[in-house]
Design a binder for this molecule. Structure first.
Ligand code: SF4
Ligand code: SF4
Length: 227
């Protein structure tokens, strides 16, 4: 599948997700940004979409901000979500992940707003809460939404199976050199650099038994995307 087809699928998946989550009563609103931390992760496909957006809007200066302000203690996943699903399906222990909740704000955050908002990573989009996180002290997320999020994250990795997953700042820095972007667009990435992990296809979905029936219409919608 070529890159444009993958980007189109990504857009359609986002439309499906937004419609679905829009049916829940959420506290999320503009300038509420407690969830905008340095720990957000994404795929190379989403990073490529952001890069293209920055080129179109002539806001490439944001790449310098990301490079300059990326937090040294930012979360760097050791496995992708599809790899994690495989490990769990085999009843094996996944590697321990180290996420510092105090790693600081996302390097993109400016005046409590996101300059990338229309093209923000799915990891940001899927962070929703029924109560204001600042007041509650945590995100109050419906467990069904958590399952939906995993399903979307798994599909996103699947369509970007030849790419990488990593921290937002690391993916953007990887995609900044023309050479890396070209290799990615040509489907010719090699072994993942130390800061990122290789994506893989989805073999098993992480859906708890109690949601297997409820989530079927969502799966049907995702599977009906044809480009
Ligand atoms: S997830 Fe929490 S912090 Fe983020 S916008 Fe929603 S209520 Fe605000
Ligand atoms: S990319 Fe935007 S939405 Fe995502 S964490 Fe950063 S500022 Fe927030």
């Amino acid at each position: 599948m070529d890159l444009n087809a993958k980007l189109t699928i990504l857009e359609r998946m986002i439309d499906i997700y937004d419609q679905l989550v829009g049916e829940f009563d959420l506290a999320c609103e503009k300038y509420c940004a407690h969830c905008c931390t340095a720990n957000v992760t994404m795929t190379t496909l989403e990073g490529y979409r952001i890069f293209t957006h920055l080129e179109k809007t002539r806001e490439m200066r944001h790449l310098e901000t990301i490079a300059r302000q990326s937090h040294p203690g930012r979360f760097r996943p050791r496995v992708s979500i599809n790899r994690l699903a495989d490990i769990c399906a085999r009843d094996s222990d996944p590697p321990e992940e180290h996420l510092d909740p105090a790693a600081g704000p996302c390097p993109m955050l400016a005046d409590h707003a996101c300059p990338l908002y229309p093209v923000r990573p799915f990891g940001c989009r899927c962070m929703v809460s029924a109560r204001n996180c600042g007041e509650a002290g945590f995100a109050d997320m419906d467990p069904y939404i958590l399952t939906v999020n995993d399903v979307f994250l798994q599909h996103l990795e699947h369509i970007d199976a030849q790419g990488y997953t990593g921290n937002f700042a690391d993916v953007m820095q990887f995609l900044t050199p023309d050479e890396n972007r070209q290799k990615y667009a040509d489907g010719q990435l090699g072994t993942a650099p130390a800061s990122l992990v290789a994506n893989q296809p989805m073999f098993v979905l992480m859906i708890p038994p109690e949601y297997r029936e409820r989530i079927q219409p969502v799966l049907t919608q995702i599977r009906s995307i044809h480009v």
